[in-house]
Design a protein around this ligand. Structure first.
Ligand code: HSE
Length: 393
């Protein structure tokens, strides 16, 4: 028999609303007792008595055994989550920045207090990748996990490539549809998929890596010359995070735009859809596809975590306990396309090999091999207006 969940929910934005829509259609042996929101004056679709701005009305209510945390602010979310876990409440969160940044501490708190924190909704919306990495691939030798982890960037790229829309118009639409973060730089700058990558890498390889240490470049510097180049070669550009065992016991992680050919399984992942491509030693390739953003798809993953708590499900973090031999590495050679404006900048960036140089009236680019650590070292030079770097095969 599943236990009854009495829920306190923080936040009632796109995902909170989506979750509520789903819950109200089902008889799930759970009750949402209170919502804590930031803005008391905003008109709500539910009775006003359910809403408060006082976090203690959830955190200090002994009847509430489950906290659902769906707010924007990662540090406030961490305070709420750690207090709830320490007071014996289980937590479901979709806050990827909070989880990626504080995962090790949150794992320790769960172990110490015997409570459970679940966060499937934080990574790739509706795709159940965390539970699969945690359970199914436990004994599998994972070569890599990559894919499309950001619905907004992918939506923008689809509109640019398939419908010739402008970057600005596509971004505005992604915001209107509720896919984008409050600060869309997190999406188009590759930060949001980086947080998701850090969480994925943790459950894939048992590593705790602070996202500040992971390279992310986004699609925000993309221009017409890059799009023309891609179209001439029948490529599409996608924003692709990668976690890969690059050498025995060494894992590399980065988020970069990437030119993809038609034979890549990610080539046809369009709009706000996400895809996760797992490559494993014996299973070979497996691909997970589904909606990566939006209230109902993300709400469905949050609900799956809530219902799992009725059966006392928890992540065991087994790989973390055994992971002493796996280390994070940034020593990895990549083939990249780099569009630049000033020769000076190019002279300051050390390519291992340059394969191709192009000087046109409207743009200049090089294609060559470069070390990941060199891109990290020169990130500020590379990530300025007028420059664009993407991985190319
Ligand atoms: N802004 C995110 C995205 C929402 O576009 O993928 C889902 O995490």
């Amino acid at each position: 028999m599943s236990k009854k969940l009495t829920i306190g929910m923080f936040g009632f934005g796109v995902v909170g609303q989506g979750l509520y829509d789903i819950i109200k259609t089902k008889n799930l042996n759970l009750e949402i007792k209170k919502f804590v929101i930031k803005n008391a004056d905003k008109k709500r679709s539910l009775p006003a008595a359910l809403f408060t701005t006082d976090a203690n009305s959830i955190l200090e209510d002994p009847e509430i055994n489950t906290v659902v945390e769906l707010i924007d602010d990662a540090e406030a979310a961490f305070e709420i989550t750690s207090r709830a876990l320490k007071s014996g409440k289980n937590v479901v969160s979709a806050n990827k920045k909070m989880i990626a940044t504080h995962l090790e501490e949150l794992t320790d708190i769960q172990h110490e207090y015997g409570t459970s924190l679940l966060y499937e909704g934080a990574v790739c919306g509706s795709i159940p990748i965390i539970r699969n990495l945690e359970e199914y691939y436990d004994n599998e030798l994972l070569h890599s996990v990559s894919g499309i982890f950001n619905g907004s960037s992918n939506y923008i790229l689809s509109k640019i490539f398939n419908e010739n829309q402008s970057y600005e118009a596509a971004l505005k639409k992604a915001q209107e549809l509720g896919f984008a973060e409050t600060d869309p730089t997190l999406d188009v700058g590759g930060y949001d998929p980086k947080f998701k990558l850090a969480i994925v890498a943790s459950h894939a390889y048992g590593l705790y890596i602070n996202p500040d240490k992971i390279l992310n470049l986004g699609i925000d510097k993309l221009n017409d010359a890059d799009i023309r180049y891609a179209k001439e070669k029948n490529y599409k550009i996608k924003l692709v995070p990668l976690a890969k065992e690059s050498a025995q016991g060494e894992v590399v992680l980065y988020v970069l735009p990437k030119f993809l050919t038609k034979d890549s399984i990610l080539y046809n992942v369009e709009n706000e859809n996400n895809g996760v491509l797992v490559k494993a030693a014996f299973a070979d390739e497996q691909f997970f596809f589904g909606k990566g953003a939006g209230g109902h798809p993300t709400g469905s993953a949050v609900l799956s975590d809530i219902t799992a708590l009725r059966y006392d499900y928890r992540y065991e973090y087994k790989k973390h306990l055994e992971s002493s031999q796996v280390t994070y590495s940034t020593n990895y050679e990549l083939k990249v396309y780099f569009r630049y404006e000033n020769e000076d900048v190019l002279e300051n960036i050390k390519f291992n090999t340059i394969l191709e140089r192009f000087y046109g009236e409207q743009s200049k680019y090089v294609i060559g091999f470069i070390n990941l650590q060199e891109i990290i070292n020169k990130r500020d030079l590379i990530n300025q207006s007028g420059y664009f770097l993407a991985e190319i095969l």
